[in-house]
Design a protein. Structure first.
Ligand SMILES: C[S@@+](CC[C@H](N)C(=O)[O-])C[C@H]1O[C@@H](n2cnc3c(N)ncnc32)[C@H](O)[C@@H]1O
Length: 249
């Protein structure tokens, strides 16, 4: 698990991502899919610092957020004073009531690194959905991302937060000894102080990217029928977004 979502890094994450993710567009995109599929109650997994939650609340939608990180949830609650956020793990959670739609946003599927993680997550989504319920999630496309990391060994993102300029340098290592299409992601965070780069965090995490066929098979094995596959470019990654319907057992 990355340190990126803990302590002071949660606030820096929140600031940085708002500069390179357009959360209005992100909300419009997901909300269209939700409405097209006649879903009303929504659980967002990987709700993070509550930027999408804010848009769901503004439109008075029936929304719950779930995240692993207490610090991200604290920011989400601060942003959405009346919102419901659960600290939980997508691989093992139980809602009080089932919902019509479960979203996994912001490429949070990248943290499902083993096949067991993925199967446990889909099993959990299945049992927390209403009959005919849908899941919507994105994942990083291995076939495009791995060559991209080879051609771009260091990827830099910059953002301003509370009058400080932050720089993030990311490097993804396709360590061939790792299982599946796992990558070691190292991200160095710097603050620019008096014109000099000072390192504030050196974050390491193992993430996984997927091929489309892998995801199709995992869904089949876990009793979901794919309704739509959308090829979607996000700020730094080529992703697919899947909409799939629960098959009643
Ligand atoms: C890249 S962030 C995305 C946050 C938000 N969706 C956004 O777009 O800004 C990934 C989020 O997934 C959460 N996360 C990672 N693994 C998780 C797990 N197993 N269960 C629940 N949340 C998890 C992290 O704490 C983090 O908030």
């Amino acid at each position: 698990m990355a340190n990126l979502y803990d302590g002071k890094m949660a606030a820096i994450y929140d600031a940085m991502y708002q500069t390179f993710v357009n959360y209005d567009d992100e909300y419009a995109f997901y909300n269209n899919l939700i409405t097209e599929n006649n879903a009303s109650s929504v659980l967002e997994i990987g709700s993070g610092s509550g930027n999408l939650a804010k848009r769901f609340h503004k439109n008075n939608q029936n929304y719950i957020g779930l995240d692993y990180s207490e610090d991200m949830i604290a920011i989400a609650k601060e942003r959405n004073k009346n919102g419901t956020f659960i600290k939980g793990d997508m691989r093992d959670f139980q809602l009080n009531e089932t919902v019509d739609c479960i979203l996994i946003t912001g490429r949070s599927t990248s943290y499902l690194i083993s096949n067991q993680d993925i199967n446990k997550t889909f099993e959990c989504l299945h049992k927390n959905l209403n009959n005919e319920g849908i899941i919507i999630f994105d994942f990083i496309d291995a076939n495009r991302f791995i060559p991209f990391t080879k051609e771009n060994p260091v990827i830099t993102h910059e953002a301003d937060y509370q009058d400080i300029h932050y720089i993030r340098e990311s490097h993804w290592d396709t360590n061939m000894s790792l299982e599946n299409f796992m990558l070691e992601w190292s991200a160095k965070y710097y603050a620019l102080i008096n014109g000099k780069k000072e390192m504030i965090e050196n974050d390491f995490s193992t993430v996984r990217v997927f091929t489309r066929n892998e995801i199709e098979l995992f869904l089949y094995l876990n009793h979901f029928e794919i309704l739509q596959t959308i090829d979607r470019k996000t700020y730094a990654y080529d992703t697919y977004v899947i909409v799939a319907k629960k098959i009643k057992l």
